[in-house]
Design a protein around this ligand. Structure first.
Ligand SMILES: [Zn+2]
Length: 104
């Protein structure tokens, strides 16, 4: 399934979900998993919790998410905008994600 991420940002559910307590809690949990660091460069600071896939939007697994700094988030978005599927673009930037087997 290749759903472009732009499509999701325009869907009402996505916007509502991003405001929800459930997402905020999941986001915090993911940030704790990576020790509050970008999974690509290890930087602390302005971090974003990125969806590698929207397949399970609303009931994501920790393994569907990546913690990235604004710079690495922009690299993922650029690759995706150039036509690379989202998961591949994510994996090209975050090559060694902090994903435990129980998170998959
Ligand atoms: Zn980074």
């Amino acid at each position: 399934m290749s759903v472009r991420y732009r499509t999701h940002t325009h869907s009402g559910f996505y916007d509502r979900y991003m405001q929800s307590r459930a997402w905020r809690r999941k986001r915090r949990r993911k940030l704790r998993r990576t020790g509050g660091r970008c999974e690509a460069c290890g930087l602390r600071g302005r971090l974003e919790v990125h969806h590698r896939t929207y397949e399970r939007l609303g009931h994501e697994r920790m393994g569907d998410l990546r913690v990235v700094c604004v710079h690495h988030h922009a690299s993922i978005t650029r690759k995706h905008d150039q036509g690379m599927p989202l998961a591949a673009a994510t994996d090209a930037v975050v090559t060694r994600p902090v994903v435990h087997w129980w998170d998959r």
